[in-house]
Every structure is written in structure tokens, then in C-alpha cells.
Design a protein around this ligand. Structure first.
Ligand code: DON
Length: 302
């Protein structure tokens, strides 16, 4: 497979003017909308990259895969008593479902679910922020990865949706810690800055390119990795998860910073970054690029 020429074609043909940079977190709004990076890592550890693949950006909701992995490793199956595994069909920060489903979020990748996962980590870890950082650095094999406190602070000042979600969860008994501590941890996880390269490497254990899954005491069995991957496929793109499976055909996760990481188990991981988002909060060019990649390479899970 000539991945280099495929990626060049993807780069050229994915160009678009559509979409809008996220501005509901003010610190995110200043990014250059023309940025575009792509990084592919194959099963034999060939690395092919183009554009701004070495520039760090705010990974936002992509961090929810890392925190879920930690909480699942710590709690095992009990985690599913506090958060479900069904697609929500609603916007990522919607509160409506949460009320009529009695404070049990549909899945760990909508904001409400990620807040419950954050609460679990606060209950089980002495230094949750540092432990998360160390875990992500180990996964990505890069100690330079860090939180961006300006982005965390910016989201704290404007995060009224998340504040209402955590309070609704608390009212239903599904938050055990102080609401502001849960939000502080959540804003920090979302503020992690990573490059396409770091993301593609960090997701290699999910794609089983490296085994076993054992990083800084966070151990996941093959069956647990399978479950996390299934949630990425069905819920990784919020109310656009069906569309992503239909067009791209890979498990993965997006964030409002414009990043998407996806993979074909046992074959490759791929990370793309383009800041302009569609109405659902997913990168327009990123989705287009991945659709082209799986079409041109003929490699998806279907
Ligand atoms: O809580 C928020 O709204 C953001 N920190 C994360 C949202 C996000 O990335 C959703 N992604 N598509």
C-alpha cells in the first residue's frame, strides 16, 4: 500500500472552507483555522505525516478515552452502574436526557458521562491530575505533554453547561466529590495539548499495535480494550457517530479543538487536526480526510 501518495491525495482533496472554529471556550477561538495535520502509524510502525502534524493543539473530548481507560481499570465492571454504553443521539453537552434518565449518563463520552468518570478518578486517586498526565505521557511515549492552564481557566469561566450537568448529576447522587473539584479536573483533562503524532502513538494500544495494555499501573484486559473500542465506534462522535461509522468506518474520538483520532485494530492508527467544526462539534476537514483515507486505502473495519 502506497500510504504516502494516499495521504497526499487526502491532503489535497479534503480542502474545504466549511465549518467554524469553536469559540464557546474563548481561548480556543484564536487558533488559525487553516491548520491541518495528519499522522498515520501502521502496524509495522511506519510513520507517515503531512502538514501541521507536529503542532500541539487542545485535545478536548479526546481526553475522555484516557480517563475512561483509567476508571475502567480501577473499577472494572462496576463502572457501568454509574454510566451507560448507549449512543445518546443528543448534543455532547445536552442535559435533557440526564433528567429523565435519573442522573445516569448515556455513555462516558458525552460531557455528563465524562464528569462521572472524572468523579470516579477523584475518589480513587491521590493525585488525579498528575496520574492522568503520567498515564498519557506513557501512552504517547512523550514526557513533554502537558495541560494548558489558560484553556482550563477559560473553560472554567464560561462552562455554565458543564456546571449545570455536574449539579444535576450531584442531585441524583451520581457525583460523590465536590462539584467544583470535579469540574476543575474535567477542564484540565480537556486542556491537554497534544500533536497528531502523540495522539496516533497514544492510541496504538487501543488498536492492539502494542500489547499488553499496561501503563503506569493502568492495566486493561483484551476484553476491556474491546469494550472501550466499541464505545468509541458507537459514541465517539456524539450525535454524529452513526454518520462517522457510515462514512469512515473506524472507531475513534473527536474533540472541539478540531482533532480526531481513529484506528483499524491490528492495522494502523491515524490522527488528524483541522480546527473548523461542523454543527455537531466535529472537524469538517478531519472527517472528510478520514473518509477519503478509508475509501482510497480500502481499509476500515467493514
Ligand atoms: O466540555 C466541553 O464542552 C469541552 N471541554 C469538550 C467538548 C468536546 O470536545 C466535544 N467534542 N466534540
Amino acid at each position: 500500500m502506497d500510504y504516502t501518495s494516499i495521504l497526499h491525495q487526502v491532503f489535497d482533496e479534503s480542502k474545504t472552507d466549511d465549518g467554524k472554529v469553536a469559540d464557546y471556550i474563548p481561548e480556543l477561538s484564536g487558533i488559525n483555522p487553516a491548520k491541518f495535520g495528519i499522522y498515520l502509524q501502521t502496524k509495522d510502525f511506519k510513520k507517515i505525516e503531512l502538514g501541521d502534524s507536529q503542532e500541539a493543539f487542545s485535545i478536548q473530548s479526546i481526553s475522555k478515552v484516557f480517563t475512561l481507560s483509567m476508571a475502567f481499570s480501577l473499577l472494572g465492571e462496576k463502572i457501568w452502574q454509574r454510566v451507560g454504553v448507549e449512543p445518546s443521539g443528543s448534543r455532547f453537552n445536552s442535559i435533557i436526557q440526564l433528567e429523565y434518565e435519573n442522573g445516569i449518563p448515556r455513555n462516558p463520552f458525552i460531557n455528563a458521562g465524562a464528569l462521572v468518570v472524572a468523579d470516579i478518578l477523584l475518589s480513587h486517586l491521590k493525585n488525579p491530575k498528575q496520574d492522568l498526565l503520567t498515564f498519557v505521557q506513557e501512552l504517547a511515549q512523550d514526557k513533554s505533554i502537558d495541560f494548558d492552564s489558560r484553556i482550563a481557566q477559560s473553560e472554567k469561566e464560561t462552562g455554565f453547561h458543564n456546571a449545570s450537568l455536574v449539579n444535576m448529576l450531584k442531585a441524583h447522587g451520581n457525583i460523590k466529590n465536590n462539584c467544583s473539584d470535579v469540574l476543575d479536573f474535567y477542564y484540565h483533562q480537556c486542556s491537554l495539548n497534544m500533536t497528531c503524532q502523540q495522539l496516533a502513538i497514544a492510541f496504538s494500544p487501543f488498536a492492539s499495535l502494542t500489547e499488553p495494555f499496561d501503563f503506569e499501573g493502568i492495566i486493561l484486559s483484551k476484553s476491556q480494550v474491546k469494550r472501550i473500542n466499541a464505545i468509541m465506534l458507537s459514541c465517539g462522535f456524539y450525535d454524529e457517530s452513526g454518520e462517522f461509522a457510515f462514512k469512515v468506518g473506524l472507531p475513534g474520538k473527536s474533540g472541539v479543538g478540531g482533532g480526531i483520532v481513529a484506528f483499524q485494530p491490528h492495522q494502523y492508527t491515524i490522527a488528524v487536526w483541522s480546527p473548523k467544526l461542523n454543527q455537531k462539534g466535529n472537524s469538517v476537514r478531519g472527517m472528510k480526510a478520514l473518509e477519503l483515507f478509508t475509501t482510497l486505502s480500502g481499509q476500515s473495519i467493514f
